[in-house]
Design a protein. Structure first.
Length: 281
């Protein structure tokens, strides 16, 4: 039994254990966070399996305070390094290069000359480099905690809490960052991730409304306005682009998705988020 697959689960746990005191400062994002949502206290039971992912993504602030040992040294102690002569935000075990850790940070607050580089790399701490991406602040705002001991497929015996994104911020970041994603396959997968969230938290809509209010106070108001416009365009009707993309990815994973199912499932969640953002505006 595995959450994603045994090798990747093992690598993720190795990363989380090696974070030590930094587990309170960094947020596990990306596809693995989406898989973990299924085991949060606000989640409902679902038979929809997680989408496959190949990276462990960590969101970090642009300046990560030192807590005893440097993050890079803590990761290296677990055999996780960036085995390249160039600065890179990618880290992996030398013996197992298929499983990759990526450090990501917000672009807001980063100097323009760095953002003009490709990729824009930020030294968040000595020895630790992250790629600056737009709207990452949403993934760091009011994160939730999940104890990996409470995720049966991982078979963890010790308390191992980790931060995961607030699902409202997660969905908003996927929508807003869409224009920055060059590959259509990634854009489509993001739409399916948002659909998954609507399935997982379909019985916790008041919670999502409340979380939307928190998010509104943590990020620029223009981001919230843009999200509302973009979400309506992407998911506002059964033939909308985002609905079509979520259906296509879901069918590729044999999730049994149809236009009607995806639209009817996503609409209550999107309405709940919209209510939270508008009430707090």
């Amino acid at each position: 039994m595995a959450l994603i697959n045994p090798g990747f689960d093992r690598f993720m746990l190795q990363v989380v254990r090696s974070l030590g005191p930094y587990r309170h400062d960094v947020v596990l994002v990306g596809g693995y966070a989406n898989a973990l949502y299924r085991y949060h206290g606000h989640a409902c039971t679902t038979k929809v399996p997680p989408l496959l992912t190949s990276d462990v993504d960590l969101a970090v602030p642009i300046s990560l305070p030192t807590k005893g040992m440097l993050l890079s040294a803590s990761l290296a102690g677990a055999g996780i390094r960036s085995p390249t002569e160039r600065r890179s935000n990618k880290y992996w075990e030398k013996e197992r290069p298929n499983e990759i850790l990526e450090l990501l940070c917000p672009a807001m607050g980063v100097k323009r000359d760095i953002l003009a580089q490709s990729p824009p790399l930020v030294d968040v701490q000595p020895g630790s480099t992250a790629e600056a991406l737009d709207y990452m602040d949403l993934l760091l705002a009011h994160p939730w905690t999940i104890n990996l001991r409470e995720v049966p497929p991982l078979n963890v015996s010790e308390d191992l809490p980790v931060l995961i994104p607030n699902p409202v911020g997660y969905a908003m970041q996927k929508v807003l960052a869409r224009g920055k994603r060059m590959k259509s396959a990634k854009r489509a997968k993001d739409c399916c991730y948002i659909y998954e969230i609507s399935v997982i938290f379909r019985d916790s809509l008041p919670v999502l409304t409340a979380e939307g209010g928190k998010i509104t106070g943590a990020v620029p108001a223009k981001w919230c306005r843009k999200y509302l416009e973009d979400a309506e365009r992407l998911f506002g009707h059964v033939r909308a682009e985002g609905i079509q993309e979520a259906v296509a990815v879901g069918q590729a994973y044999a999730l049994g998705t149809t236009e009607d199912i995806v639209f009817r499932t996503m609409k209550p969640m999107l309405d709940a988020i919209r209510k939270g953002l508008c009430l707090a505006a």
